[in-house]
Design a protein around this ligand. Structure first.
Ligand code: FPP
Length: 251
């Protein structure tokens, strides 16, 4: 990871540290369009998208945000051209291998959520290795949603719970939100406070359906490869102006 000396390392003065989101989630959209606008193949957009993601992670750490979750590959993304899917799988694996040392130095604790069993074996191994090696890091929690689908996550949680009921280990009356959350891929993770989507689409796209119930949404027209610290600053400023009531009224 190269460090640009001109980047804003300090929390911008107008942001209130106590009111920062603890957990930011991002739908990194627009890589393909970015590449097309530059006259490049789509895959070059993904490659540039990795640089953006690395800077976002570093920025969260610099500014005191304790968790970042990124939507890297959805269960629907298998429907893309085979060469793009292959490129992405190889890219994930290569980035993990190349960045492990840096993640250790930066105290990043990496997690993957999604149906990981369906990923190529060599990628699965790299995922297991990076999760195991960074397990005790405390700098920032970085979660990558890969082969992830929110509906599928909810269905697999229902199956696990139903099996426990069927086997007599659980009574239906014991099923509540806390128990349900413990059966999601994100068990033990706090919900996102802020969900950012780039490239202007006003959709959730099957991302963290349960977990974003009370997240603040921020959509920018900027394409993911162009999303930078200034853009992130704008998103955080907008977040700090929101009145989060969680369905209640302010007294
Ligand atoms: C969406 O843009 C982007 C993706 C499906 C892939 C995002 C993945 C990365 C940035 C790599 C992350 C790497 C690691 C190791 C976590 P799009 O292709 O849908 O863009 P478009 O809507 O303009 O076509």
């Amino acid at each position: 990871m190269t460090v640009n000396p001109t980047i804003q390392r300090e929390l911008p003065a107008d942001l209130v540290r106590d009111r920062l989101p603890r957990h930011v989630a991002v739908i990194m959209d627009g890589n393909g369009r970015w590449a097309k606008r530059q006259g490049l193949p789509r895959i070059m957009g993904h490659r540039r998208g990795v640089d953006t993601l690395k800077d976002m992670l570093r920025c969260c750490k610099d500014w005191g945000i304790s968790a970042l979750t990124a939507y890297a590959f959805s269960t629907e993304n298998w429907g893309r051209p085979l060469e793009e899917v292959d490129f992405l799988m190889t890219l994930f694996e290569r980035v993990l291998r190349q960045e492990l040392r840096e993640m250790m130095a930066e105290e990043v604790q990496i997690h993957f959520v999604g149906n990981l069993d369906a990923l190529p074996k060599s990628l699965r191994e790299e995922i297991q290795r990076s999760m195991a090696e960074t397990r005790n890091n405390t700098g920032i929690r970085f979660t990558v949603a890969t082969n992830y689908g929110g509906r599928q996550e909810i269905i697999q949680a229902c199956r696990e719970i139903a099996t426990k009921v069927q086997q007599g280990h659980l009574q239906p009356e014991q099923i509540d939100e806390a128990l349900f959350e413990r059966h999601l891929y994100t068990a033990g993770h706090a919900d996102p406070d802020l969900l950012i989507r780039t490239s202007g689409e006003m959709r959730i796209s099957n991302f963290l359906l349960w977990q974003v119930a009370y997240a603040e949404l921020y959509v920018t027209n900027t394409l993911w490869p162009d999303f930078d610290r200034n853009e992130f600053h704008r998103a955080l400023s907008a977040y700090q102006q929101r009145d989060r009531r969680f369905g209640k009224v302010k007294v």
